[in-house]
Every structure is written in C-alpha cells, then in structure tokens.
Design a protein around this ligand. Structure first.
Ligand code: ATP
Length: 764
C-alpha cells in the first residue's frame, strides 16, 4: 500500500473515532434535553400551583410577588439552558458530517512532543474533557493554519507569543463522515480546495469560507487592535466573506462581553442582507442586526417625511439627464455630500442659537394653550452657553409644568363632565386605578381627573418627543432666508430646489443625512449606545458627510469599513472617501486585498483593463472561457440573441444567470423583450430574496452579489458613454463567476475598446 493510501486510511479511522465520540456526546445531550423539556413543560403547567398567592395584606402581596419572580426566573433559566443544548446539538450535527477541514502538526519551541491540531467549525473535547479532538477555527492556535506554511511559525496568546515549527499541514474534504479529498499543502492554503470551492455554481446565499481563508483575509478577520479598520479590496477579493468571518471571530473571542446584539452591519440593499443571512448561523453564531443605511436614517427622520432611496437618486442621475434642473441637482448632490456642507450646517446652527428656530403652537380643543412665540421667547431667554439640545430639554420640562397647571384648571370645565358621562365600565376601573395615589374621595372629581389626564396624555407625549420644535421649517430657513458666510457656486439654485422639495415634505437622498444630522443637533441624539462593533460593507458608496455623521453618532464604536473604490457607483461622492489612501482619517489600520477569487482568470484579465483606479488586480488561477462580445446591428435582434445566450448558459448547467443593466428603466425594457420567450425574474429595490433562474436587474442592485453567468445586454458606446459610467460597467462585469457575455448594439463602449483583442472572443 502506498504511503498516501496508508495516511488516508489512518485519517479515516480518526474521523470514524471522532464521529463515535460525537454520537456519544449527542446521546448524552439528547437525553438531557428530553429531561429538560419535560421539566419545562411541567414547570409551565404547574407554574401557579407552586406559588402561594395571598393578597390579603401588603406583606402577603410582596411575598406573592417574590414567589412569582422566583418561579419565573427558574423557568427562564431552564429555558435558556434548553436553548443552549439545542444549539450544541445543531453544531454536533454539522460536525458529524464534516468534523474538520484542516490539520497541522506543531512542535512548540523547547518541547519535544508534536501536537496534532485538527481544525473545524467548532471545538470538541474527548469524553474526559482533557484533549481537544477538534479546535475551533477561531482558537488562537488555529491561526497557525491560516498564516503559515510548514516551517517556523508562531501564534499569539493572551500570555504572549508561542513559537515553534509546523511539520505538517493537511487539508480535508469530508462529507457525510467520509474523507473525499486530502491534500498536504505547501505555501498557502492549497489551490485544490479553493479551486473546488470556487468552481461550484453560485448559490442564492453566501457560503462561509472558514476552510480556505487566505492569509491576507485572516488579518482582517483576526484584527483586534484597530478602532477603525479599513479594507480596500478589488472586486471578488472576499471582503464581504472576511467581514462575516470577522464577526464570527469577534463573537467567539469576546464571548460573554460581546453578543450579536452589540454588532451592527450596514448593508447596501435588502437583497444583499438576505444573501448573506445564512453565513453566521452556518458557523453556529446568531445573526447580527443588518440594516441598510436608508432604513437606519428613516428611523431617525420619522414617518412624516418621504425619503428618496439611494437607488432612486441613482436612477435620476443615470436616466434623467434631460430634466431641466439636472445640473443644479448634480451640483447639489456634490455639495451636500461634502464636509463643507456639514460646516455650513454648523454655522447655521450657531446662528440659530441667537434666533430663528421655528416652534409649533400648542393647541387644545381648537384653542391656543401656549403659542410658538411664547415658546420661542422662553427658549431664547435661556443661557446661550447651554447647547441647543440641552435647552430643548429645559423647554420640554417647562412646557410639561405649564401643561400640568392648565390641566388642573381645565378639569373644572363643563366639557369634562360631558365626556365622563360617556365612560364605560373599564374606563371607570381605570379612573379608580389612576386615583390610587391621589386619594380623591368624590367620584366626580375622580372622573374629571381621568378625563383631563387622557386628554392631555397625547400632548404630553408629543412634548416629550420634542414635537414642539418645527425641524422642517427651521431646516428650510437654511435654504430660504439665511445667508451663509461661504457658499458654493450655484447656491441660489440649489437652495431654491431644496426648498421646493422640503415644501413637498420630501427629502432627497443627498438631504437625508444632513437633515438628520441637523435634527439631532437641535434635539439631541438617541442612538443605541450598545453598538460596540459597526461593519460597513460597500463603504465606497458613502459620502464624506455620511461618514462624519456615522462617526459622531457612534463615538465609542469600533468600525470596520470594507469596499472597493473601483466600484464607487455614486461618482460624485467618492472624493473624500476613507477608502482612498491619504483621505486624512485619524488612527486606523488599512488592509488592501488585490487578489480576486470570484471570477475566472479570463474574466479578471478582461475586466482589469477598465478597472477605474488602475490598482493591482491579480486573478486566482481558475480557468474558464474568455468573455464573449456579440455585436448587434438591429435592436429587434436583441431578444433572439439574448435567448440564444441564456439557453447556452443553461445547457452548460449554470443556475443563476443575470442580465445586468445600467438602469432600472433598461431592465424593464429587457424584461418586456424576454418575458414571452422564457421565465425571467425581475429584481427591484423591493426584492428581499432571490431564487435561481434568469434574473434581470440594474447594476446598483447587483452590488455585493455574484452569479454563475452574467450578460450585459447593451454595452454600446451610446449606453456607456460617460467616463462616470466606468465604475458601473466594471461592477456589472465583475459579478460573473464563470461566464461573461456582452452584447452591444453597434459600436461597443470605450471600456471594451481599451481591452487587448486577445482577451475576449467576438461572436461571428
Ligand atoms: N478564501 C476564500 N475561500 C473560498 N472562497 C472565497 C475566499 N475568498 C473569497 N471567496 C469567494 O469569492 C467570492 C467573492 O467573495 P466576496 O463576495 O466576499 O468578495 P467581495 O470582495 O466582497 O466582492 P465585491 O466587492 O465584488 O462584491 C465569493 O464567492 C466567496 O465565497
């Protein structure tokens, strides 16, 4: 028997032994969980029987409450434990099919014995709880596997670095408990496994990459020191994958201190959120909160204003060039994305400290209780040194005090008793309950109090929410009456356009963040202080203003920004982006990824010629066919050509075939052309999950996602005519894993022309 076969048999025996251990452990836990389940059911059933309920005397009430609390605590402890075992069982089930994916043999310096370290998605100890049969991929020692080839190596522990030597590095593919592949690797984590992982069809949900994390990705995943970690990585370099493994790593590393609720991920669109939703559960972790920046802003802005989405803005930029106010709007976007506009708002706010904040009258039953003039006078009588937000707090307290007085005098009016006459039984009970600590004896008095309490309750709530400040009207003044000390060119037109939108209660995307920033400067911000880690994917699409805002509202939060400046589709905002080197960000660490894993070598070799930044892009060595360019001379042929293309891809076994358009408008046209020829799925801003098939979508919704085959339905010079279209075209082409097909009505665009002819085929 060859050495290789012998090794494989030995390894299979070990896999079998580990699976035996898993089975034993599983049995133990299953019997525990059954017992626990019965226990919990019993506890729930007899909850009240085990409690002595006695409400005769105050002391008895306290005792009863205590007894209920204890019983509830016992129940919830058992339920939590039940949940924990359930999770453990799920992990064991995964381990049973594929217990580990890697092994290293390591001899620590000054020790003679060689440790065999097997690495999988979770740790497993032997029955005696003495030795690790499997090490979690996130354990300190496991970093050896990702960072070193055989030879001298070291890893960090809390007590300091451990040095030694790796004598063997082995990779496994184990499915259903059987070793299907086994490779001893040299330099990096071998091509075999990666080739296999990347050669598969795209799926509608992202997969974890634990078994094949590359050294440079591991740096991102295990980085613990930086408060701000910035990752610039070319398309398909594994930024999103690394971000998700990083979250799993941090949850493991800081278990007990950090849980999924403390981590927030800003994702580019709802489709992307569902695309990545599986990764953390697959790694045995709970999902963290994922939200688009649009939804995040909407929570703060409130429901009364309509907010444009970034995609609507994008569609305007790309499709409404002929609109009368286009140039003004573009200038407005430019300026409002910059820190200059933030400065302008700050200047406006200091002006507001002296005058001009708009308030609302407080009215009740059609008459004025407190006028906006009176509120304004009170506000401006307060010390100027106090911040506006703190002064608003004082105004709110003052208003509530005034209201209490008015409430007392209102109580004796005739309308009150008329309303009380409409009370039903429940209202009576409520009235008496409310009266408990006021001790009124007279029934009429009790009812009158209840009527006015109710009538004033909404008003009080609104005052607590600071609704007495007219934020929109005040913000509008920035564009209407106030003269800024420094203004950009065309400010008058920008102001006019903005004021018109605000009058329609409409916030453009470029106004959304500034408006919320402004609102919070006036009213104070109420953001969740428990966010300890914020991850921003597709960070190239955030403006300098948006970043500055995010930093202000999360002052103590560690941040990881990942993106690719080459894919900055909102070209007007990329100037001050932190992904650009030397963008002047403070203390931070920057990691650059240059290797692209998603697409075949042929696709990367094609797309890198029109990559916007001209940065280094190295393809991972996976072969496929060259991109194909098909020239069409008549628009009427498009449908037929698309159909042929799609059918060819289907025959090759591809399951996700995306027709990626420049705009939503174009994608609607394509759907119209295709829908009587085959089943097509149109993806819009409202699509929350996608299925396999033929998908038609605008490029900005394809961000972060990948497909087996991509078709660009019209890559003509007419369609992609501007330099600013470069990032869009690049983003669209780089979504392809295995095949890229480009159709062009007449002359292909300048980006294709920049590619040497030997890098693509032209259809006859
Ligand atoms: N180490 C790895 N092992 C296996 N697959 C990997 C690895 N790194 C990246 N990939 C695969 O490469 C593809 C691209 O990864 P990912 O989407 O994370 O890249 P990205 O940098 O976020 O891309 P983009 O910016 O273009 O959206 C995915 O299919 C991912 O699974």
């Amino acid at each position: 028997m060859s050495n290789e076969m012998e090794n494989r048999m030995e390894e299979q025996l070990r896999v079998d032994a580990v699976i035996d251990e898993i089975n034993i452990k599983e049995k133990k836990l299953s019997s525990q969980i059954t017992g626990l389940k019965e226990n919990v059911v019993e506890l729930r059933k007899n909850f009240w029987e085990d409690i002595t309920v006695n409400i005769d005397e105050p002391d008895d009430i306290i005792e009863t409450q205590e007894s209920i609390k204890q019983q509830a605590a016992l129940l919830s402890e058992k339920e939590r434990y039940h949940g924990k075992i359930g999770e453990e069982l799920k992990t064991l089930d995964k381990l049973k099919s594929s217990p580990y994916f890697g092994r290293i043999d390591f001899i620590e310096e000054s020790e003679l014995e060689r440790d065999q370290i097997y690495i999988g998605i979770s740790s497993l100890m032997d029955q005696g709880e003495e030795d690790f049969l499997i090490y979690d991929w996130r354990a300190p020692i496991s970093s050896l596997y990702y960072d070193f080839s055989p030879g001298k190596a070291h890893y960090e522990t809390i007590e300091g670095p451990i040095n030694g030597e790796i004598t063997l590095k082995r990779q496994f593919i184990i499915r259903q408990g059987k070793i299907q592949g086994m490779f001893d690797t040299g330099v990096t984590i071998g091509d075999h496994l990666l080739q296999q992982a990347l050669g598969n069809n795209a799926s509608t949900t992202m997969k974890s990459i634990v078994a094949t994390i590359q050294k440079e990705q591991n740096k991102i995943i295990r980085n613990e020191k930086s408060n701000l970690l910035i990752v610039q990585g070319v398309a398909g370099s594994g930024k999103t994958s690394a971000a998700l493994q990083r979250i799993a790593y941090l949850l493991y590393r800081y278990r007990g201190e950090l849980n999924a609720d403390n981590v927030v991920l800003f994702s580019p669109n709802p489709l992307f959120s569902s695309y990545i939703a599986n990764v953390l559960p697959e790694l045995g972790e709970s999902n963290v909160k994922q939200i688009t920046f649009l939804d995040f802003l909407k929570v703060g802005i409130g429901r009364k204003l309509a907010v444009e989405s970034p995609f609507e803005q994008m569609e305007y930029v790309l499709a409404e060039m002929k609109e009368n106010h286009y140039v003004t709007r573009m200038n407005s976007m430019d300026y409002k994305s910059s820190l200059n506009f933030k400065q302008m708002i700050d200047q406006f706010i200091s002006y507001l400290n002296d005058e001009a904040i708009q308030f609302r009258n407080i009215t009740f039953r059609g008459s004025m209780l407190i006028s906006k003039g009176k509120i304004s006078d009170y506000f401006y009588s307060l010390d100027k040194e106090i911040s506006i937000a703190n002064k608003m707090e004082l105004v709110s307290k003052w208003l509530l005090k005034e209201l209490r007085q008015i409430q007392r005098s209102e109580k004796d009016k005739d309308w009150v008793i008329e309303e009380a006459e409409l009370f039903n039984k429940e209202d009576y009970v409520k009235a008496y309950q409310q009266n408990e600590d006021q001790n009124a004896e007279d029934e009429e008095e009790i009812l009158r109090r209840e009527v006015v309490r109710r009538a004033f309750a909404t008003m009080k709530r609104r005052i607590k929410r600071m609704e007495f400040v007219h934020i929109l009207a005040t913000y509008k003044k920035l564009f209407a009456e106030w003269n800024p000390p420094v203004a950009p060119e065309g400010w008058e037109e920008i102001s006019e356009q903005t004021a018109t939108n605000l009058s329609r209660q409409f916030l453009t995307w470029e106004d959304a963040t500034p408006y919320l920033y402004f609102k919070e400067k006036l009213l104070g911000n109420v953001h969740d202080r428990s966010v300890r880690q914020l991850i921003i994917d597709e960070a190239q699409d955030y403006s300098a203003f948006q970043f500055a805002y995010i930093k202000e509202i999360f002052p103590y939060t560690r941040m990881t920004l990942l993106g690719d400046i080459n894919q900055a589709i909102y070209s007007h905002i990329s100037k001050d982006n932190p992904l650009v080197p030397d963008s002047g960000q403070g203390s931070m660490e920057r990691i650059t990824l240059t290797k692209s894993y998603r697409s075949t070598r042929q696709i990367v070799e094609f797309t890198k010629y029109f990559a916007p930044g001209g940065n280094l892009i190295e393809p991972f060595n996976r072969d496929g066919s060259k991109p194909l360019l098909t020239k069409i001379s008549e628009q009427v042929d498009l449908g037929e050509k698309l159909k042929i293309n799609i059918n060819e891809f289907k025959e090759k076994g591809y399951e996700t075939i995306a027709v990626i358009c420049k705009t939503l408008k174009e994608s609607e046209e394509i759907v119209n052309i295709l829908q009587d020829k085959m089943r097509v799925i149109q993806i819009t801003e409202e699509t929350y999950a996608f299925e396999k098939g033929v998908l038609v979508l605008p490029v900005y919704l394809a961000k972060g996602i990948e497909f087996d085959a991509v078709i660009i339905p019209d890559a003509s010079e007419e369609r992609y005519s501007q330099e600013s279209d470069r990032t869009l075209f690049y983003t669209a082409c780089t979504r392809a894993m295995h095949e890229l097909s480009i159709l062009s009505l007449n002359e292909p665009c300048r980006f294709i022309k920049a590619v040497p002819k030997d890098k693509y085929d032209v259809a006859k």
